[in-house]
Every structure is written in C-alpha cells, then in structure tokens.
Design a protein around this ligand. Sequence first.
Ligand code: DQA
Length: 166
Amino acid sequence: MLRIRVLHGPNLNLLGTREQSIYGTLSLDALDSAITKLAEELAVKVDLRQSNSEGDLVTWIQEARTRYDGIIINPAAYTHSSIAIRDAIAAAGLPTIEVHLSNIHQREEFRHRSYIAGVALGQISGFGPTGYLLALRGLHDHLSASQGQKKTTPSATSRRAEKGTR
Ligand code: DQA
C-alpha cells in the first residue's frame, strides 16, 4: 500500500474563516476528510498534519524519508521564504507535490517566487481544495507507474523492512 504524508503549513489551521474570498469556506477538518476519503478510494494510506512552525515541517519531511513514498505539501507562507523546507525536501528525495489553494502567480509579487518548486515533482496552484485531490491522484499515479517500472527501487515498505523499522 502506498503511503503519502500530507503537510499543511502556517495559518492553514484557520481555513474556513481566514480571508474567505481567497481561501474559501471549507475548514481544514473538512479538507482533511475529503483527502482521506479519496485516499481510501485509491487505497493509499495518508498521514495528515498541520503546523505553524517551520521546524515541525522540516522534521516531518525528514521523517517521511524512510516511512512514506511521497509528500504533498502546502508550505503556505514558507513557500516564499524557507530554504530549510526546500533542503529537507531535497534531502528526503521523495516525489513531492506543492499545493496552493490560491493561484500564487496571480497575487502579490512576493508570492510569485517559490523556494519549493525547484525540488518538487510539480506544483498545483489556484484550484482551491480540489488542488489537494488532484495532487493525491497525480502522486498516486506517478508512484504506481514508477514502482511498476522500477522494481529495483525500494518502496517505503521495503526500506522499512531493510532497516528493521516499521
Ligand atoms: C497559500 C499561498 C501563500 O502565499 C500563503 O502565504 C498561504 C496559502 C495558498 O494555499 O494559496 O498561506 O499557500
């Protein structure tokens, strides 16, 4: 079974009440439920987390290296500032999809630059909550195809087995 870690960055705990004209009215709980439902349909195990702290996000990305097959992350404002999150994603070496609810390229200039995009498999921006579902389908298809092709590439499950961890 594929395992995907889904990370929400700072202020996303306020979804549903925060700047509704930009981010909509869906709460983070409701968004997580929609992701979990699709994950069940795709037979993917998802682990969903939110933090306002850069360090938490870095730690969770590092942990994912041996425990997960891929990452979906909305780094929120850290997208535009965090070399630490970029480096963690590069170090983890897992296929990672960057998601933004809003279209960051249509907004203020300081949101146009992403430190994450250069180390991500892809970026989905501007589709609201649906962007996470697109990311989940996309990552599922990418991982299924690459695991089917490269039987020699160890999955998170076999990497865990090799290291004697679970
Ligand atoms: C965001 C866009 C970021 O620029 C912003 O700082 C956020 C949310 C989005 O999902 O559209 O907090 O990542």
